[in-house]
Design a protein around this ligand. Structure first.
Ligand SMILES: [Zn+2]
Length: 311
């Protein structure tokens, strides 16, 4: 069978319950798009499927994924909208659905990372249990503002697995010389309003105005590997581990000096010029440090920068 013929056979099979459509009909439509209009095969396939959906008056999720079966996909490899895939994943987390139309919503995880999933009430699927691992056949990928998720639908097959799927943490590791500590590091105050935690600027929260802040420790650092710079955030726990300065001690330092910025200065003196390897998840442009390891001996920061840039 030619490639187009294979596609045509799959599409005809998908619609066999809904329309009287032959493989020849489908192939003819595909052929016209691909040969006459130079449409790429994937796009032609999508377009033909859409037109049959219109003819049948059904939604995409009422349709099977095709007789040929889908590709077994790792969550982290999903990078296209509206693909039919099979995944093997563990239910890492279940959230409270915000709408009656949603039966379940939560996080799936596999060795490559985590991804949101949704199943709809109309699909009438058996419920997934948190902590259990499943083979999920025929799920559809979805993209919203660059974030991917998978949708379970009425054709999805759910098989509980005996083995437990190992869930990766999709963290990255960066290493380099710590060349700068950004403002807003050291001893900071955060807004105490619930779920706010914004860092106060001169006692003001940008959302809640003047508030009695709560002290915290944080470092926003820049690591330079000679090729790229990485911005890394150390939370209180990681800052304490990295600097050996605990929150109470930092408060005492600030009180003695009548100046909170002394803590940042002290940390700058302790850290700039050293090489570190930092591991953690990424959030926007930041790496959130979960682990930190000092590499090698200290170097003069200035010398280091020059060397790094010449590499
Ligand atoms: Zn606030």
């Amino acid at each position: 069978m030619t490639d187009l013929r294979t596609h045509a056979a799959e599409i005809a099979e998908q619609f066999s319950d809904h329309l009287d459509v032959s493989t020849d009909d489908v192939e003819e439509r595909l052929e016209r798009l691909v040969s006459e209009y130079r449409v790429p095969v994937d796009e032609a396939r999508r377009s033909v499927v859409n037109s049959y959906l219109d003819e049948a008056g059904i939604e995409r999720d009422e349709l099977g994924g095709g007789a040929g079966g889908n590709e077994q996909t790792l969550l982290n490899d999903i990078d296209q909208d509206e693909q039919w895939v099979d995944v093997r994943a563990k239910v890492v987390d279940l959230w409270e659905p915000r709408s009656d139309s949603i039966a379940q919503v939560g996080l799936l995880g596999d060795e490559s990372g985590r991804m949101k999933f949704v199943s709809f009430t109309t699909s009438e699927l058996p419920e997934l249990e948190e902590g259990k691992s499943y083979a999920l056949g025929n799920v559809v990928t979805d993209e919203y503002q660059g974030n991917f998720s998978v949708k379970l639908n009425r054709t999805t097959s759910i098989t509980e697995l005996d083995e437990e799927i190992e869930v990766g943490d999709d963290s990255t590791a960066v290493e380099g010389a710590l060349v700068d500590i950004q403002s807003g590091s050291g001893l900071i105050k955060r807004c105490p309003e619930e779920d706010c935690t914004r860092v106060l600027q001169n006692g003001r929260c940008s959302e809640h105005g003047n508030v009695e802040g709560e002290f915290d420790l944080r470092i926003k650092a820049v690591l330079d590997d000679g090729d790229e710079v990485h911005e890394v955030i150390f939370n209180r726990e990681m800052t304490e581990e990295l600097t050996g300065i605990e929150l109470d001690e930092a408060k005492q330092m600030a009180m003695d000096a009548l100046d909170t910025t002394i803590v940042e200065e002290e940390m700058r003196g302790d850290l700039v010029g050293y090489y570190y390897r930092v591991t953690g998840p990424t959030f926007g442009r930041y790496v959130l440090a979960n682990e930190v390891e000092q590499l090698g001996a200290p170097t003069d920061a200035e010398e280091l920068l020059i060397k790094a840039r010449s590499m």
